[in-house]
Design a protein around this ligand. Structure first.
Ligand code: FUL
Length: 720
């Protein structure tokens, strides 16, 4: 990149959140929607004839942020080197030593994937700071990386600025390393860390205050449980946010109790629920975070967050293939961005400091699908043929043709007091469309409470989409197989005169689905994809290609292995799906279990059923175990644990002991520890260890998230 363009992109990164006039800078490759056009805002939104703002309003920073839609998370720290999702706080700082880290490369990979910025985990719950913080010795200076002179925050923030990406940071409030955590002493250090991050590294577009707080930890050697009571009061988020406003007034504060600007989407699957409101009741905490509360007092729009890899937020050796497919990510896109929220997708760096090829393939495949989806807005320039009502004064300034002008600030509006209405229009040409996107001018508040969208098919109006919330945007797919010309939007209910800024129409991309790989009731592997296409696969870890075996019937995998598969049609191949399976469980027998007598459910290859130690008569307290005879001996290298999948945290095993035996009499403990982050993300956990000859294994749940019984939906075994 030349100096000149690097200067421009740096300016671009700075200007988005400063809300400067877009004309000053042209963004290199990023979409125009984040460019805040002050002239257009003045013309359409803040003119004397415009509808009065209604209800709770966003700040201009929030509007800009909501229009970003998509950016990345990078989880990279000591956990990368220990294989944990949550470090305990006693990890050695010396472990951090990536040999091939290149911040520009990493940031460019995210940018090429269509992201507008990146949030880096500068400190995760383990307390280790990825910059030379003066507030704790547990930081990067104690690591061999760059001979103790490394600073990941500096490298990432510079790479973002140099490459036209926004830089954000995650600073875990919970610190399992700090001796004073839970007391006043920690807060001084924590505030100091916030200050370091927000004053030494240029503009920060978003800072994350994670909600996981308190519990077991190292705490300077005390190794105990610490709870902090009401997180909002302990950290004093009110004070923190005031502090941040002074240092970086354009920074979006995520979390921070009831003082932040943006909220969690309610799960770590990336989606939010519909209808979806940017407002929340004050003091509602995280209760209704996936929906929001209609017409409530705080404007705190949601962000859906999810890791691209099923293994978790951090990189996990040997689990590189558990990546989500581009189609699965597109579904999440519709259920987050398409509901008016932002989407934050995590791509983890590995212990060398590099992204894994499978993650990047999927990220790029996802980008290709979105490019395809948005390639043409068929509603652009549509002609209005009927409209229920225009504003009396200066109707042209609020005319219905503004719905189709690709200017996000302009909008159609009715007279004050009118709370419903319709617009009927003709597309420039008959078009085969099956996705509609509608936007409200949220600078004037979120007003609509009910809407419906119709298309004319064979001379008859047909309602194909409807909902309650619109807001920043609502995007929905609908059934349609033929070109259409006539469309109609109906606002069926609103809190104040509707202010609708855009209607867009798109065509869903026709993609070759990445195959779905699963086990059937017999324990055999099944591959599924588009019905007309064929699926090629491999079982030796190599990438499938056009001459690989074609799938015809379920595959029996007695000793497990890696299944890789891709869909093929007309010489084209989909993204590769891949799963590594453990040993077949067909010949396994439970030989020891608690009196609940349901351990079979943990080895039946059925995610819905689960072993649990909660009989009708009361709970069997942890620790509780069951033992399996696998029928013959293997060189066992690891196990997998799928937590109960019924949405309940009661008895969800969070700590474990794993033992194996060759003779069924003498057991060796091969692993013991914690399954981190299950509360927010109860996904399959894989634990790998040095090979151990064994015919028997015993799984013991030693603690649970809630209540005192334990459970497991599935336990699997990996062997050489
Ligand atoms: C969670 C954390 O506990 C996870 O480890 C991860 O960082 C995720 C983004 O937020 O609450």
């Amino acid at each position: 990149m030349t100096n000149h363009s690097s200067f421009l992109s740096r300016l671009f990164a700075l200007s988005i959140f400063a809300g400067t006039v877009q004309a000053a800078v042209s963004a290199p490759t990023t979409a125009s929607v984040v460019d805040y056009d002050a002239a257009a805002v003045a013309k359409y939104v803040y003119n004397a004839d415009a509808p009065k703002p209604w209800g709770t309003l966003p700040t201009k920073q929030q509007v800009n942020w909501q229009r970003l839609e998509y950016y990345g998370f990078i989880h990279f720290g000591l956990n990368t080197f220990t294989g944990r999702e949550w470090g305990y706080g006693d990890e050695k700082a010396q472990l951090f030593n990536p040999s091939h880290f290149d911040a520009d490369k990493a940031i460019m990979a995210l940018k090429d994937g269509g992201m507008k910025g990146m949030i880096y985990t500068a400190k995760h719950h383990d307390g280790w700071c990825a910059w030379p913080s003066k507030m704790t010795k547990h930081n990067i200076s104690a690591s061999p990386y760059k001979n103790g002179k490394g600073d990941m925050v500096a490298e990432f923030s510079k790479a973002c600025a140099d490459n036209g990406m926004l830089f954000g940071t995650y600073l875990s409030p919970w610190d399992r390393n700090h001796a004073k955590y839970g007391q006043k002493g920690y807060l001084r250090a924590y505030y100091g860390q916030i200050k370091e991050l927000l004053t030494n590294y240029g503009p920060v577009f978003e800072i994350w205050f994670d909600g996981a707080n308190g519990g077991d930890g190292y705490y300077g050697g005390k190794r105990e449980h610490r709870s902090i009571g009401h997180a909002e009061s302990y950290y004093n988020f009110e004070r923190i946010v005031k502090m941040i406003r002074k240092m970086q007034p354009n920074c979006i504060v995520w979390g921070a109790g009831t003082h932040g600007d943006a909220r969690w989407g309610g799960s770590e699957k990336g989606h939010v629920n519909y209808p979806h409101w940017p407002t929340m009741k004050s003091g509602a905490g995280e209760r209704n975070t996936a929906h929001g509360d209609v017409n409530a007092s705080r404007w705190v729009p949601a962000e859906g967050d999810t890791p691209i890899n099923h293994a978790g937020w951090f990189w996990h050796k040997g689990q590189e293939n558990r990546v989500k497919s581009p189609e699965a990510l597109l579904k999440v896109w519709f259920e987050s961005v398409g509901r008016g929220a932002n989407l934050l997708v995590n791509v983890a760096l590995n212990d060398k400091g590099q992204f894994c090829p499978a993650d990047i393939n999927s990220l790029n495949g996802f980008k290709a699908l979105r490019d395809d989806l948005y390639a043409k807005d068929y509603a652009l320039g549509a002609k209005v043929v009927a409209v229920s009502e225009l504003r009396k004064d200066k109707p042209a300034l609020f005319g219905a043709e503004l719905l189709f002008d690709d200017e996000i600030e302009s909008y159609w509006s009715t007279n004050n007091g009118t709370k419903e209405g319709f617009v009927e229009a003709k597309l420039a040409q008959p078009s085969l469309v099956d996705v509609v996107r509608i936007r409200e001018q949220i600078r004037l508040g979120q007003r609509v409470r009910g809407w419906a969208f119709d298309i004319k098919v064979n001379g008859e109006w047909r309602e194909v989409a409807k909902g309650e919330s619109i807001g920043n945007q609502v995007m929905m797919r609908f059934e349609n197989k033929q070109p259409i010309t006539d469309i109609r939007l109906r606002i069926t209910s609103a809190q104040a005169a509707p202010t609708i800024s855009e209607i867009s129409l798109f065509k869903m991309p026709e993609s070759l689905l990445t195959p779905a790989i699963s086990k059937n009731a017999q324990g055999d592997v099944e591959l599924k994809s588009n019905s007309a296409a064929s699926i090629v696969y491999t079982l030796d870890g190599s990438e499938p290609h056009e001459n690989s075996p074609v799938y015809s019937q379920p595959i029996n995998l007695p000793t497990g292995g890696v299944v890789k598969a891709a869909t093929m049609a007309r010489g084209k191949m989909s993204t590769v799906a891949s799963i590594s399976y453990g040993l077949s469980k067909k010949d396994w027998n439970i030989i020891e279990q608690p009196s609940t007598n349901n351990a079979q459910s943990a080895i039946d290859d059925n995610a819905k059923t689960f072993w649990h130690t909660h009989p009708v008569s009361g709970e069997l307290n942890a620790p509780q175990s069951f033992t399996v005879d696998m029928g013959k001996a293997y060189d066992v290298t690891g196990f997998s644990y799928l937590p109960r999948q019924d949405g309940t945290l009661n008895g969800m095993t969070s700590r474990y002991i794993f033992e194996v035996s060759e003779d069924g009499k003498n057991y060796v403990k091969v692993s013991e520890g914690e399954f981190g982050n299950l509360r927010a993300n109860p996904i399959e956990q894989q634990i790998h260890f040095a090979a151990q000859r064994a015919r028997y294994f015993r799984f013991t749940g030693t603690a649970a998230l809630e209540k005192n019984h334990v459970s497991a939906s599935e336990i699997g075994i990996y062997a050489q």
